[in-house]
Design a protein around this ligand. Structure first.
Ligand code: ADP
Ligand code: MG
Length: 277
């Protein structure tokens, strides 16, 4: 076969046309090595394609991370499991692979008072899922409800819900702060019903189910929403003291210790974890 000779400029154009930027960047160096070391053609081609695919996967994950709207610092690595002894790290790590629960559209519910790490843990699971190739959206529940309500007013609710379908997981942060207005919260119910047994939700809330009558407009809808959510669900109750308060308490105690150490004549100041913020 008489292969046509190609100059670098033409190759660059063709690679650009084919949207193969990584090969475009790497081929001169790879071709030189290949010529020098006498690689078989398949090795050169294979190496270039593999790099293109790897870069593409990396870019896709970066895009997914940006679209998720998650705080990049709230990851599993920065989560201190010893602060929440009732939450098993192994269990969270298993959920973070996404296997089985995302496929059946199951739900994770994180309950607990403010500051105990619900949002952090939700986002940590979200980041791990993005690394595993899934698509995640993290949103305050009230914000999403407002957007869906606006969509409904312009008769776009079904298409707005359909657009959310691209996410394997939606993290509804602070569900119990959603506004109690009738029209608004029924779109929340519609979202829950729409995703039921198909696409997963992770919900954080200060109040467990007993307080949700204040979120949904009528008790029937509350029961119907809870029923769908708990059907395939994992529930974590983080009943601990606020992490922030505890950290602030630790710092104060450390300061007190420092003061006591610095002054050998002082009577010991009491240690006190209670800090008002
Ligand atoms: P919640 O959503 O329950 O109100 P957050 O997740 O917002 O609480 O946590 C409050 C702050 O404390 C955040 O800055 C969070 O990163 C931090 N935090 C809470 N729990 C932990 C933890 N177990 N390990 C590390 N940081 C934590
Ligand atoms: Mg929170």
């Amino acid at each position: 076969m008489n292969a046509p000779a190609h100059d670098g400029g033409r190759l660059a154009l063709m690679l650009n046309e084919l949207r193969l930027p990584t090969i475009g960047r790497l081929w001169p160096e790879f071709a030189e090595r290949s010529d020098k070391e006498g690689w078989p053609a398949t090795r050169l081609l294979g190496a270039l394609l593999e790099h293109e695919l790897a870069e593409r996967a990396k870019r896709r994950i970066e895009r997914h991370r940006t679209e998720s709207q998650m705080d990049p610092t709230k990851t599993l690595a920065s989560f201190d499991f010893s602060a929440v002894p009732m939450v098993s790290k192994a269990h969270i790590t298993a959920l973070a692979t996404g296997e089985s629960w995302l496929e059946k559209g199951a739900t994770v519910l994180l309950f607990g008072p403010p500051g105990v790490g619900k949002s952090h843990l939700g986002s940590a699971i979200g980041h791990a899922l993005i690394d595993a190739g899934y698509r995640v959206l993290f949103t305050r529940t009230s914000e999403l409800v407002q957007k869906l309500q606006a969509a409904r007013q312009s008769l776009q609710l079904p298409s707005a819900l359909a657009r959310l379908d691209r996410f394997d997981l939606i993290i509804l942060d602070d569900l119990s702060y959603a506004r109690k207005d009738q029209a608004e919260t029924s779109v929340l119910f519609e979202l829950i019903a729409e995703r039921y047994e198909r696409k997963s939700l992770l919900i954080t809330a200060n109040q467990p189910f007993s307080g949700w009558n204040a979120v949904f407009p009528d008790p029937g809808m509350t029961v119907a929403a809870i029923d769908r959510l708990v059907h395939h669900s994992t529930i974590f109750e983080l009943n601990v003291e606020s992490y922030r308060r505890r950290k602030a308490g630790d710092k104060q105690n450390a300061r007190r210790r420092q003061l006591n150490d610095d002054n050998p004549f002082s009577t010991q100041l009491p240690e006190d974890g209670n800090v008002t913020q």
